[in-house]
Design a binder for this molecule. Structure first.
Ligand SMILES: [Zn+2]
Length: 210
């Protein structure tokens, strides 16, 4: 057994990140929990576990009850926080992973940390399958569409309309190229979804006919 974050893939596929209780920096920020000096208790999903948090300017102190073989203990962990202004306006916040997987600190920037035994770690430290690796063609197309649109807007939701105004300091020509790329990636994702729905409907129709 290695150090923190020596997570091993299980037989029959890698563990999926989304099955682990998760701390999402964007959710915490939206909920106002990262204001320096503020202490709150957050309930993780899907485990419904309560985690105490004390926010600092550049760190987040976490307290969590964990059941170990020798009994329940309170596990403390300090996770680094980076607050960066987004060049399209607003602010982006990241965790700095405090995993020490192969004897040295991970230090990766991460939007999400996953609960594993005592600690919250990034997906690399846990050896978790990233959504993308398990995603099918539709998932990948959506991810690409989301990535493309982030060049011109801070909102990664591909269902939201694309901005009409270019970000400051961006040339109109660049903006219109990126806009076209984002729109085309969205169209491709939609086409895959529509094809899939049509196929499912056809199968359903056939099943009814039997
Ligand atoms: Zn890590």
């Amino acid at each position: 057994m290695g150090g923190i974050g020596s997570g091993r893939p299980r037989r029959g596929g890698r563990r999926r990140a989304e099955n682990h209780p998760v701390l999402d920096v964007n959710v915490l920020r939206r909920e106002g929990r990262l204001r320096p000096g503020l202490s709150t208790v957050v309930t993780l999903s899907p485990s419904q576990e309560n985690v105490g948090m004390l926010a600092g300017q550049e760190s987040l102190r976490l307290a969590r009850r964990v059941a170990l073989s020798e009994g329940a203990v309170t596990s403390y962990q300090t996770v680094g926080l980076v607050r960066r202004p987004c060049n399209l306006g607003g602010e982006r916040t990241y965790f700095i992973c405090s995993g020490t997987g192969s004897g040295h600190a991970c230090g990766r920037r991460a939007g999400k940390l996953y609960a594993a035994r005592q600690y919250f770690l990034c997906r690399h430290c846990l050896g978790l399958a990233y959504v993308c690796q398990n995603e099918d063609a539709l998932g990948r197309a959506r991810l690409l569409a989301s990535k493309k649109r982030r060049r011109i807007t801070c909102n990664p939701d591909i269902q939201a309309p694309l901005p009409i105004m270019k970000p400051k300091h961006m040339h109109w020509r660049t903006f219109s190229r990126l806009h076209a790329e984002a729109a085309s990636a969205k169209t491709k994702a939609d086409a895959i979804l529509i094809a899939r729905l049509q196929k499912e409907m056809a199968m359903y129709g056939m099943a009814e006919a039997y």
